[in-house]
Structures are given as structure tokens and as C-alpha cells.
Design a protein around this ligand. Structure first.
Ligand SMILES: [Zn+2]
Length: 201
């Protein structure tokens, strides 16, 4: 059951453009809250279902993947259409080393050079022992030479300039991660490769 709940579901916005991939678990939550509908179809002919009609369809058609509980059986959605929101409700990006590297695109924020991750460090712009907090706004990706040069100083003291002001990212990191995992044939109609680079807020 938990494996099924973690399967990927393609998310469409109101314009029927693929904007994201979420888990079955999240798709069902959105369906239950009335924020999304399930899309089913082949060729050019699509139908949408809200939670009630999806439950009905799930009873009628036994030929698909199901989630079964004691009280109901629900067919597993492959594609959902967002109704109220063009985008998924906001989810905070976790403050992790990997996500800081992602935000900064593996680029040293002092010299602007791109590096492999193992060659990169995290730097407190305002040094920690001078009250610099460990936050999105005060941590940047830095290459080892720049990090060494800066040492325990502010960028100004070390004659270094940030290439951009660090901010909390607005994207959600799972957007590009899951696209090739468990990709279902029913996604094909909607997936425009170009759309996967769209940043979501
Ligand atoms: Zn550097």
C-alpha cells in the first residue's frame, strides 16, 4: 500500500499543462479536498473526475491498480488536474546542504565558477562567530579556494563580492527529480520536455 501511495502522478494546471509530479498520496489528498480532479483518457478524449465520481468509477472498473481499504477501493490516479490553484499549494523547500547547492546551481557565489559538489563548501556570509545565522539568506555555496580566502571575515573584508544575494528558494526540489521515474504512458500526451525546467512557486 505504501509503495502504491508513493508512485508518481503527473500534475496539470488549469491550462492542462504538465507542471509537476507528485505522489499518489498527495494527489488523493488534493482530490479529497476538492483541489484537483483525476484525468483519464486515451488519444484526444479526456474525462475528469472529482472524488465522488472517481469513487464511483473505481467501483465499476476492476481492471486497474487500486488502493484498497476496509471501507473503499480507489483506483490509482496517473494524472490530475489542479482546479483552484494553478500550482500545488506551497511546500517549503527543506534547508539542506543539497538544496543550497541546487539553489546556487553548484556555482561558487564568490567567483561564479561551476564545480562538482565534492569541490564545494557552504559558507556563512556573515561569519557564525560574529552572529551570522544559519539561514537561506546567510549561507551560500563557495568553492574551497574562495572559502579559504574568505576565512572568518565578511565578504567586504576579504574583498569578495557575492554574485547574487542569497534568498530562500521558491521552487520545490522534487520537480525535476521524479520525472523519469515511473513515468506512465498516460503522461505522454501532456509532457512537453521544455516544461520541466519551469520553476514553481
Ligand atoms: Zn570560488
Amino acid at each position: 500500500m505504501s509503495l502504491v501511495l508513493n508512485q508518481p502522478v503527473l500534475v496539470l494546471n488549469r491550462l492542462w499543462q504538465a507542471v509537476n509530479v507528485c505522489t499518489v498520496r498527495r494527489a488523493l489528498m488534493l482530490l479529497l479536498k476538492g483541489q484537483a480532479q483525476v484525468v483519464v483518457g486515451d488519444g484526444g478524449d479526456f474525462q475528469t473526475f472529482d472524488f465522488g465520481s472517481w469513487t464511483e468509477l473505481s467501483k465499476r472498473d476492476p481492471s486497474n491498480d487500486y488502493i484498497a481499504t476496509i471501507s473503499f477501493r480507489l483506483r490509482v490516479p496517473k494524472v490530475i488536474l489542479l482546479g483552484i490553484y494553478d500550482r500545488l499549494p506551497k511546500q517549503e523547500v527543506k534547508f539542506t546542504r543539497q538544496n543550497i547547492f541546487d539553489r546556487d546551481k553548484n556555482t561558487c557565489q564568490y567567483c561564479g565558477k561551476h564545480h562538482e559538489r565534492r569541490m564545494l563548501n557552504l559558507d556563512h556570509v556573515m561569519p557564525r562567530d560574529r552572529g551570522g545565522p544559519t539561514t537561506w539568506e546567510n549561507i551560500v555555496t563557495s568553492c574551497i579556494p574562495c572559502n579559504t580566502r574568505k576565512g572568518n571575515r565578511t565578504p567586504a573584508e576579504a574583498s569578495l563580492n557575492l554574485i547574487r544575494k542569497p534568498k530562500r528558494p521558491k521552487w520545490r526540489p522534487f520537480v525535476q527529480i521524479n520525472i523519469h521515474v515511473g513515468r506512465h504512458e498516460s503522461w505522454q500526451r501532456f509532457v512537453d520536455v521544455g516544461s520541466w525546467t519551469v520553476e514553481l512557486g
